[in-house]
Design a protein around this ligand. Structure first.
Ligand SMILES: Nc1ncnc2c1ncn2[C@@H]1O[C@H](COP(=O)(O)OS(=O)(=O)O)[C@@H](OP(=O)(O)O)[C@H]1O
Length: 355
């Protein structure tokens, strides 16, 4: 009898202990799954998988406003890319193709930024260097097949784009381009011509007289503008536009302001996408403002690391005094006004404090 009582007490105690053990085990497993933050529990069982639970930095459409940037733990190093932005057509091989869009100029207005921005678009492939096919005799004489042989490989639904920043001024280019492809998309970046001139001048040595080569003394001994100076002529945009309009309708020429491209690349690139009839894919996800450079850098879909243009862009411009500034703005104003009239839109190209 005593032994029966003892046995039943013992089995009760065992049952209670088993119950407690089971409860602890269940709690343990539950906490591991939920990662409720009890140090060591979840991770000891399943490893440190916290990096896989970080939210992706961009949504499917690349809207940076939705970005949550956890500080700890770090972002996954794998590119947070909207998957499958581009699928090549079935059974197709890449081949070299003529450009369907040309960035024709103007030098120092942001042509490199524009082509590199466009290169982030999955349906765009860009020539790796300036070909100067239409404007340099030695290249022109090599013929169109040579030009095509310089183009990158692409699929049929991708758009090849080339830029050579002096196409816009060369007398041969508009007719030659039309002969190659009457439907060619023409992209043209311009800039306040005084700012553009200073960008050219910035290339000259700081102590060199060439920094002010756009000035000359007239017969009267007064300082004036050297009207036949090539960098000035390049900024007389209306002259060049008139020539292009003899071959292409204005609707086929997209003109954008390089200063707008610096300040608001997203809007500008989206306008260009629309002009080129490309899928609207580029957006805030592709641009990162680098405060120390004062420029936006690119974030292609294949990476989350910003890529900036080289040090040859964004040079410090020479300082000019108010008299020279007024002379330059007065010189360009009539050309600008005619340009705006022909273009049907205006840019803010009035004197600025900093140029
Ligand atoms: N994102 C970004 N980063 C750096 N620079 C930028 C960018 N966007 C536009 N720009 C402006 O581009 C100017 C140079 O123009 P181009 O590329 O047309 O020059 S070139 O003719 O090809 O040499 C260059 O002019 P400078 O500032 O005078 O160097 C820049 O103002």
């Amino acid at each position: 009898m005593i032994s029966t009582v003892l046995t039943s007490r013992k089995s009760k105690a065992i049952a209670v202990w088993c119950g407690i053990l089971l409860l602890v085990l269940c709690l343990h497993v539950y906490m591991s799954y939920q990662d409720v933050g009890v140090p060591g529990i979840g991770r000891r069982l399943y490893g440190d998988n916290s990096q896989f639970r970080d939210p992706p930095p961009y949504n499917q459409y690349g809207n940076a406003k939705t970005i949550k940037r956890p500080t700890e733990p770090k972002q996954p190093s794998t590119p947070a890319v909207p998957q499958k932005l581009y699928t090549p057509p079935d059974n197709e091989e890449k081949k070299q193709r003529f450009p369907r869009a040309l960035i024709v100029g103007t030098g120092k207005c942001g042509t490199r930024a524009l082509i590199d921005y466009l290169n982030m678009h999955p349906y765009v492939v860009t020539a790796k260097r300036e070909m100067h096919f239409f404007d340099r005799d030695e290249n022109w004489s090599r013929g169109v097949n040579w030009y095509k042989s310089q183009m990158p490989y692409s699929y049929s639904d991708q758009m090849t784009i080339e830029k050579s920043p002096s196409y816009v001024e060369h007398p041969r280019t508009p007719s030659a381009v039309k002969q190659m492809d009457k439907d060619m998309f023409i992209l043209w970046v311009v800039k306040d011509p005084v700012v553009r001139l200073m960008s050219v001048m910035a290339l000259q040595d700081e102590n060199s007289n060439l920094r002010h080569a756009y000035l000359e003394y007239g017969r009267d001994g007064k300082l004036g503008i050297r009207k036949d100076y090539y960098p000035l002529w390049r900024g007389e945009y209306v002259i060049h536009l008139r020539r292009w309009l003899r071959y292409f309708p204005l609707s086929q020429i997209h003109v954008l302001d390089g200063t707008d491209l610096v300040k608001d690349p997203i809007t500008q690139i989206q306008n260009v996408e629309s002009f080129l009839q490309l899928q609207p894919l580029l957006g805030p996800r592709n641009f990162y403002y680098n405060a120390s450079k004062g420029f936006y850098c690119m974030v292609p879909f294949s990476t989350t690391t910003p890529q900036c243009l080289g040090s040859s862009k964004g040079r410090k411009h020479p300082v000019i005094n108010e008299t020279v500034k007024t002379m330059l703005y007065d010189f360009f104003r009539p050309y600008n006004e005619q340009f705006f009239k022909l273009l049907g839109k205006r840019f803010n190209w009035e004197p600025k404090d900093r140029i």
